[in-house]
Design a protein around this ligand. Sequence first.
Ligand code: SAH
Length: 304
Amino acid sequence: MTGKSSRFPLSLSSVVEKKGKAASGAPARTVVTPQTATRNAALDSGRLAAKAQAARAAQHPAPSSSAGKPATPVSRTALPTPIATANRSAPLVSEAVRKAMVARVAKQGVSDQKVLAAMEAVPRHMFMEPGLSSQAYIDASLPIGHHQTISQPYIVARMIEIMRDNNKGKALERVLEIGTGCGYQAAVLSLVAKEVYSIERIKPLHELAKTNLRPLRIANIRLHYGDGMLGLPQVAPFDGIILAAAGLEVPQALLEQLAIGGRLVAPVGGRQQMLQLIERISKFEWTSETLEECHFVPLRPGTV
Ligand code: SAH
């Protein structure tokens, strides 16, 4: 399950240093690591508090808009400082911790080299508010405001690996993410797929993702504000669909928007959630497989 990463559709070199080889690993499928968001965040908060001071050192204003609509100001209710500028000028500091994060993710069983390389290339700290950026590379989900979280690195990598698994080594054409949040997973996806569409139902988070992604100048991500449960029928079919929020079942509209041969990966459940893989095998047939335990914020209908 490898793939030469020579065809990344974009370069992040303007903001991150060139990455080395990610850790390798045998295809280990037995590791079960629930995304224990709140618990992990609680355990780790404070541990790196000292480093947080340093990480906040240099900040400068967000650069101009890359594309699309003019960005509206991000709600500052829960996010008191400009997120996208956090720690931007300390990429050299973050490189080593990011490598360590990727090594941990590999140790937990993710073996797809292209996914690991993408995780190594995306500056996760730039998706955090400054107060949390020093914790950006721990294996935990962390708050991004509006009662939502940035997903745990392991689960981000794992879901993308599963989605890619029937497409060994080849870039996916078009993928859809439900639940943009701060935009981190969309950035990782942008390195393994030609076109990434991502939908967010909370307007300030949609704006936040735009703000966070803008300095990375990623040309192949399209952010949509709307109810992801409806998908994007005007753009479908998708080779891959990832849900970053858990519903009691996978919305029918998303199943319909999966290309034949395409894969959908979603957390399913309420308090108890399992990662589910759904593959469309023909016009009228889908297969479903239950994988490992996970913990995500809930999938909700409508927009706010
Ligand atoms: N992808 C993010 C994770 C965000 S958390 C990352 O990279 O870390 C999940 C997100 O799903 C939340 O922002 C939440 O608002 C969003 N969400 C929940 N239900 C949704 C829906 N029906 N449509 C779109 N987004 C939804």
